[in-house]
Design a protein around this ligand. Structure first.
Ligand code: ATP
Length: 606
């Protein structure tokens, strides 16, 4: 069978060609030619899953991001961890003496290292063999096994082929062609079918002949559906204009995990936005769903959050996994998972996405019995929504004019929510759509009382365009100094990179460059006047050698502060952004920890 024997080298030629070509039409026709010539009609999936790796759900995750991949490759190549090539892989973002033009692009850095060890000749690996190796890589549980598999791959390929395999593992091929175009070239109904099934294998199997149209398929319980998404708008007036003449509901934009719940009797699935099945929610949620979703078969669309029973409010973003794990391990906690259903897509044996949102709201009301702090529904507050006790924040209402939208937005933001979503009550739910039926309005950067003047204590190298150059900073807060004394210690506080123009960023980096000291892997820690935690995420690539040499940045942030487990300061900021560089302010006038904590408490009302 021709698909079985097609070599990886042929696929790699296609990739190289597509990457070089500027014309989308030519990329498409080359892709068509490839699948017609080198794939068997009965098995397009074997090749297409390698061309669209981010859509392939047949194998689990590889558990290999760049840093782990670097150590596995070092071991697979059998090179010493402190050799220049190993350091090159570990420090792939950096340029400098061992660096080069590829800094910031892991596959290119890896190809550079591999080139010195692999021959030019292809090892003759077939696409089928590559898929088998990738299956093994995804199912292997430890690094030693992964290293072995990578070593086999290296033996059977050359550096060019290995570079593309690394890109497949990282699920980003950068071919300069959209997934939409690939689908369209494959079959005119491919994208539609993928959107309602999230199943690439099925798409490849059902749509073998591009001339034979496929009857539009509806969604099914048990098959993840590509979520409908929102378009961002700048302000309430623009949003209102876009929805002119429509009946509009405004809803709170909850900040959790977008989850589709598929209930089929006792079988319940939790599909994420990327169509992964989050079975870790099973333990904590499935009883609740079984008992309070009053119908055997349905699909709910909504947000999974964490409810804090002691504070009587939702917990900060990012605690879902921890809470699910605590529930599974039987730990006592004030925190529990809570699902907010804002839509319903399937009821009984019928898809209801073609009905209006208003009708779906009615269905939601009938199907879901709210249970405070565990399961709720997001319905407009028209007096019928009995789930909300008086005095609690309103999550949803019908807007009659732009002032209603403004007011709701202001209230939501004051309540520290993420923003609002405006929806046309007459609209259907479209899989994978971002066409403007849902509009999101988010606060840009709300000042945390005042700007926070923080000191740069370290730097992180960027990737891509800023590869090899510091592109982000680790900033710190000062200890509370004795009167008339300068602070002597600084606590790592947050990582910040956005807000400055390229020129402004260059100017700061140039000024600090003489004082940057590399954090030597794996030995040397930070200078003694910086207080950090043991969390490796806060290890910058360079430290500023002493605070007196550094510069203060004014940062603004989302007003919500989150308890920080990564940095030494007890709270971190969400979406921090540099407002300006304070060349005018001496280093010792940096905000101190005590004042910051007071600021947090006053803005939290505690
Ligand atoms: P963001 O980064 O702003 O959260 P996003 O790229 O994740 O946006 P968008 O389509 O822009 O996704 O915004 C929709 C997301 O907002 C949904 O995926 C969902 O997770 C979340 N969300 C929270 N509350 C609602 C709501 N009431 N209605 C729809 N989506 C909501």
């Amino acid at each position: 069978m021709k698909g079985e024997t097609t070599k990886v080298s042929v696929l790699v030629s296609l990739f190289n060609w597509m990457q070089r070509s500027k014309s989308s039409a030519k990329k498409r026709s080359k892709f068509r030619k490839f699948i017609d010539t080198f794939c068997d009609k009965t098995d397009y999936f074997t090749a297409i899953r390698l061309i669209l790796p981010s859509l392939d759900r047949e194998r689990g995750s590889y558990g290999l991001k760049e840093s782990v991949l670097a150590t596995c490759l070092i071991d697979a190549l059998g090179i010493s961890r402190d050799s220049p090539d190993a350091l090159r892989l570990i420090n792939w973002r950096k340029s400098g003496s061992t660096g080069g033009v590829n800094a910031g692009n892991f596959p290119l850095v890896a190809a550079e290292v591999l080139q010195r060890r692999q021959g030019m000749a292809s090892g003759g690996l077939t696409i089928k063999e590559l898929n088998d190796l990738l299956d093994r890589l995804a199912s292997s549980e430890n690094r030693a096994e992964k290293t072995d598999i990578l070593s086999t791959m290296i033996q059977k390929t050359n550096a060019q082929e290995m570079k593309w395999i690394i890109m497949i593992i990282l699920k980003d091929l950068k071919l300069g062609i959209s997934e939409k175009s690939i689908f369209l070239e494959f079959h005119p109904d491919a994208e539609d079918l993928f959107n309602v099934t999230c199943d690439l294998k099925l798409v490849c199997e059902k749509l073998r002949d591009p001339n034979q149209r496929h009857k539009r398929q509806d969604i099914e319980v048990g098959k993840a559906v590509r979520p409908q998404l929102a378009t961002r708008v700048g302000d309430a007036t623009t949003a209102w204009k876009k929805l002119q003449g429509k009946e509009v509901v405004v809803e709170c934009k909850f900040d959790g995990d977008r989850i589709q719940i598929h209930k089929n009797g006792a079988e319940i699935h939790y599909y994420s936005r990327n169509f992964l099945d989050h079975s870790e929610y099973d333990h904590a949620m499935s009883n609740i769903i079984e008992q309070n979703v009053l119908i055997d078969r349905c699909i709910l669309d909504g947000e999974m959050l964490v409810w804090d029973t002691s504070m009587n409010c939702f917990a900060e973003f990012g605690s879902n996994q921890e809470t699910a794990k605590a529930a599974r391990d039987g730990f006592d906690s004030d925190r529990q998972l809570c699902y907010i259903a804002f839509d319903i897509l399937y009821v009984g044996d019928t898809s209801v996405i073609h009905q209006s949102l208003k009708e779906r709201h009615e269905l939601l009301r009938k199907v879901v019995k709210p249970l405070k702090g565990r399961l709720d529904i997001l319905l407009p507050d028209d007096g019928l929504n009995t789930s909300r006790p008086p005095g609690e924040p309103c999550w949803s209402l019908i807007a009659y004019d732009v002032n209603d939208v403004e007011r709701f937005f202001k209230e939501t933001v004051e309540n520290r929510d993420e923003g609002i979503v405006l929806k046309d009550l007459g609209s259907r739910w479209d899989p994978g759509d971002r066409g403007g039926k849902w509009l999101k309005l988010k606060p840009d950067y709300i000042r945390a009382g005042s700007d926070l003047d923080v000191l740069i204590i370290g730097g992180y190298y960027g990737s891509g365009r800023r590869g090899g150059e510091v592109a982000q900073f680790l900033v710190g807060l000062a200890e509370h100094a004795a009167p008339n004394a300068y602070p002597r210690r600084f606590f790592s506080f947050c990582r910040v990179g956005t807000g400055l123009s390229d020129d402004e960023l260059d100017a700061v980096v140039t000024k600090l460059k003489p004082y940057f000291r590399k954090y030597e892997y794996p030995k040397k820690g930070p200078p003694s006047f910086y207080q950090v935690t043991n969390n490796s995420k806060e290890r910058p690539d360079v430290w500023v050698e002493s605070p007196e040499k550094s510069i203060i940045l004014s940062i603004t942030s989302d007003i919500r502060t989150i308890r920080s487990e990564v940095f030494a300061a007890p709270y971190g900021l969400r979406f921090p952004r540099i407002d300006r560089v304070r060349y005018d302010k001496p280093w010792h006038e940096c905000l101190d920890m005590q004042s910051f904590v007071e600021l947090v408490h006053s803005s939290n009302g505690t």
